[in-house]
Write a protein that binds this ligand. Structure first.
Ligand SMILES: *Cc1c(COP(=O)(O)O)cnc(C)c1O
Length: 387
């Protein structure tokens, strides 16, 4: 069989299994009300938790600046490290109360970099099984051994730690991207200390939204990230722009600068993007009202969706999955919602385990109570449409 025939066969199998993937086309400004595949819909799919993708102040700041262009021209170590990158790193470090922050082009790359640069051959990376794909790929890029434990199973984590060779590094999402639940950080921190392990927490869905002031899962649990904790944040979710960062001690950041291939061998973010993120950080710092509104939307959704008999997950975050089981069922619900003017994607294997296909609803602080009314009415119609 030629490679071409093999690809045709794999693509046909993908389609036959209801796993076909194709990006829907947006033909309007981003936000909670968008035009998608030619139809006006309420968007319950973005990770734009604070509604900052459509923020006019961010756009205006970029337009008004005559220094921040759209190309950095080179990698950071060459000549791409612009003043706006430098200031953004300092401002993020100040916000989180860490020694240093290092910017990355994407969260995907930051997750590749941390494990590749910090772990060495002979070490053990210990992952929650539901970690984001980029964390798994980061373990593959490093030379350390990868061990996994069942989702949030702390007894299993303790066993992996007891059996670990070399330096043990626990790696977990802070908020799990497809379930919306939180890593049990108090117990993870206790085990980390007991086994002299390190901890990497991916705060992609936490920074900006989780914790009283949006400083993430450590703030939520009233914990302090000590010198053996490394946190990854993204700028493309609650910050509403693009890019990512790693927060940690001076040694961690200098190790990344010197050893992290996904940081060294790539072009720095556009300076204009760094400036946009600086304005976004100011907004995140003062978004208490937006976070309170989000919490009200989430509470009401959970109460009323449970009343419809829907299967929700143990999530108190803006990620609210509705568990449906088979991929075909999730697709049918997603299509029905789309016909009613709502964009709620079906999440299917391999992104989630077999038999756990779901709708993944995400809330934004820009959603109104009326948007939520629409969603609940449409979900009720989906329930009625099934025998
Ligand atoms: C989105 C996401 C990433 C990747 O971040 P990007 O900046 O979009 O590349 C990493 N980890 C988690 C948990 C995510 O949800």
């Amino acid at each position: 069989m030629t490679l071409r025939q093999r690809l045709q066969q794999r693509l046909a199998a993908q389609r036959a299994a209801d796993l076909w993937r194709t990006p829907p086309l947006v033909t309007s400004p981003t936000g909670t009300h968008i035009q998608l595949n030619g139809r006006q819909v309420i968007n319950f799919a973005a990770n734009d938790y604070l509604g900052l993708t459509e923020d006019p102040d961010i756009r205006a700041a970029v337009c008004a600046d005559d220094q921040a262009g759209f190309g950095s021209g080179a990698a950071h170590l060459v000549s791409g490290h612009h003043l706006h990158h430098h200031l953004l790193e300092d401002e993020l470090a100040d916000w989180l109360g860490v020694e240093r922050v290092l910017l990355f082009s994407t969260g995907y790359m930051a997750n590749l970099a941390v494990q590749q640069a910090l772990a060495q051959r002979g070490d053990t990376l210990i992952h929650d099984k539901l970690n984001h794909a980029s964390l798994l790929d980061g373990a593959r890029l490093s030379e350390a051994v990868l061990k996994r434990y069942p989702h949030v199973d702390m007894k299993a984590l303790a066993r992996r730690l007891a059996a670990a060779e070399g330096q043990a590094i626990i790696v977990t999402d802070g908020v799990f991207s497809m379930d919306g639940d939180l890593a049990p950080l108090p117990e993870i921190m206790r085990l980390k200390a007991a086994h002299s392990a390190w901890l990497v927490v991916d705060e992609a869905h936490a920074f900006g939204v989780v914790g009283q002031s949006g400083r993430g899962t450590f703030e939520h649990f009233g914990l302090t990230a000590d010198e053996n904790v490394v946190r990854v944040g993204t700028l493309g979710k609650a910050f509403g722009v693009f890019g990512a960062f790693v927060a940690g001690t001076t040694e961690v950041i200098e190790a990344l600068v010197n050893f992290a291939r996904p940081w060294i061998y790539t072009t720095a973010l556009p300076p204009a993007n760094a400036l946009a993120a600086r304005v976004a950080l100011k907004k995140v710092r003062t978004a208490d009202e937006a976070r309170a509104h989000l919490r009200r939307l989430i509470d009401r959704f959970r109460r009323e969706a449970a009343g419809l008999g829907l299967t929700l997950m143990a999530s108190a975050t803006p990620i609210q999955p509705v568990l449906l089981g088979e991929a075909a069922r999730a697709l049918a619900w997603s299509r029905r919602l789309f016909e009613r003017g709502l964009h709620v994607p079906a999440i299917r294997p391999p992104t989630v385990p077999q038999g756990q296909a779901r709708l993944r609803i995400t809330f934004s602080a820009r959603h109104t109570e009326a948007d939520l009314d629409h969603l609940l009415e449409a979900l009720e119609a989906c329930c009625r449409a099934e025998p």
